[in-house]
Design a protein around this ligand. Structure first.
Ligand code: AMP
Length: 420
């Protein structure tokens, strides 16, 4: 199976290995599942092409060790997930039936399918499910009750299994029926799967007592999405690097001319507040000194290098410039732990990828020098894969929004439902 980059994803996961969890979390390793029917919330929200072929099966592959542990114990697995964002009930393109074969191939087990996640058919299939087999339930989001966190819907799901396992970190920040509410019906028979436990353990390495200096790199398009995380990181980090489109709101707030660069005018006062807060706390907040600017949002645009405070009218900053790149990479390489969320520029276009690529390499260098690096958020994860550095950093998180909320200091409902 190839992912979107053509990599063989099966090579990236040892489907038989049980990851080591080094924190005191209750995981599937703490139980014997003999004769248990484990109701597992997984994240099988995988991309499908027009013919319903899976184009990247990483999320399924990641969950296999959890499933295998339970099957090897002599238990059975009832898998529940969402796929896409169906608006009004069942839709063919969001049916989980398209992934039955892949789950069977990766687990080597028989996979039964329930065409409705609750109701008579699901109840019968779950009741008659032999140990050693898997039952995959249809898309949970075909019911509005899932995202509403409806207790009656959660109770119906709970009746299908005898033990609840949450292995879906990507949805842990949502109090949905299957991610949080359902856990209430299992008493102490609930725990994390390996994916979830690994995600939490790696986030905690940074949140609790990181090796110092600790540098947080925050990028991406919008300041508004990242304000809370930057604020919370001020309580943790020694250095905060800000790149990407959001840097121009800071530049304009400081009196700069940013041309056509991205800007959220209403966030300028907050940007100034963050700069003052960093000063007061003695944290080094680094903003890019220069940018690669372009006369249009396109790979073949005319480009130039300009100071961030003085961008020519009609041009927009689409990547950090060479001076900013040097300063940022120097700070990163001198760090002992790094959290990276969000690209430094429009890395999807080759003309504007250099800054993000250099930062990705600096993060990899921290790791090879014995430091810890955590990559979180969809786009920095996509960047690290694009530059083929995923194996050279300590951990690439799968949970964009969930990881962000964790670093914003919020309690994740999916985690709390297990830990209490
Ligand atoms: P986010 O989802 O907020 O992390 O933003 C990621 C997106 O921000 C990526 O698709 C980048 O192409 C985009 N991006 C990064 N820097 C810039 C920039 N200077 N101007 C416009 N878009 C940018």
């Amino acid at each position: 199976m190839k992912n979107f980059k053509g990599e063989n994803t099966l090579n990236k996961f040892d489907l038989n290995s049980q990851p080591k969890i080094n924190s005191k979390m209750i995981t599937v390793n703490d139980f014997n599942f003999n004769n248990e029917k484990a109701l597992i919330r997984v994240d099988f929200n995988v991309p499908l092409d027009a013919d319903f072929n899976i184009t990247d099966d990483s999320r399924i592959a990641a969950t296999i060790p959890t499933i295998k542990k339970i099957l090897n114990d002599g238990g059975a697995c009832i898998l529940m997930s969402h796929l896409g964002r169906p608006k009004e009930g069942p839709v063919e393109k969001y049916s989980l039936k398209h992934i039955v074969n892949r789950v069977s191939e990766l687990t080597g087990a028989k996979v039964n399918f329930a065409a409705d996640c609750i109701g008579e058919e699901a109840t019968q299939l779950a009741a008659n499910l032999p140990m050693g087999e898997i039952l995959l339930l249809e898309n949970l989001r075909f019911y509005k009750e899932e995202e509403k966190g409806d207790a009656a819907f959660a109770e119906k799901l709970s009746k299908l299994g005898t033990f609840y396992v949450n292995d879906a970190f990507g949805t842990a920040h949502r109090a949905h029926a299957s991610t949080a509410i359902v856990a209430e019906f299992f008493g102490s028979k609930k725990c994390f799967g390996f994916v979830m436990a690994n995600e939490i353990a790696n986030a905690q390495k940074v949140l609790n007592n990181p090796s110092r200096p600790f540098t947080a790199i925050v990028g991406g398009a919008k300041v508004s999405d990242k304000l809370l995380i930057i604020e919370n990181l001020m309580n943790l980090a020694d250095n905060i690097i800000i790149g990407g489109g959001m840097a121009y709101t800071f530049a304009k707030a400081m009196g700069g001319n940013i041309g056509n660069s991205l800007c959220e005018d209403d966030r300028m006062p907050l940007a100034l507040e963050l700069i003052e807060k960093a000063k007061a706390k003695g944290i080094q907040l680094l903003l890019p000194e220069d940018s690669v600017v372009a006369d249009k949002f396109a790979n073949d645009a005319n480009t130039a290098i300009e100071n961030n405070m003085n961008i020519t009218n009609g041009y927009m900053g689409l990547d950090i410039g060479p001076k900013a790149t040097d300063v940022f990479c120097e700070v990163i390489k001198n760090s002992k732990s790094v959290l990276w969320n969000g690209p430094m520029g429009v890395f999807e276009m080759s003309s504007f990828e250099a800054g993000t690529k250099a930062v990705a390499n600096a993060v990899a260098a921290v790791t090879s020098n014995g430091g810890f690096s955590l990559i979180g958020g969809g786009d920095s994860a996509a960047a690290i894969h694009k530059f083929e550095l995923a194996d050279k950093v300590s951990y690439v998180s799968t949970g964009g929004g969930a990881l962000l909320e964790y670093f914003e200091g919020k309690e994740l409902p999916g985690v709390k439902a297990i830990t209490g």
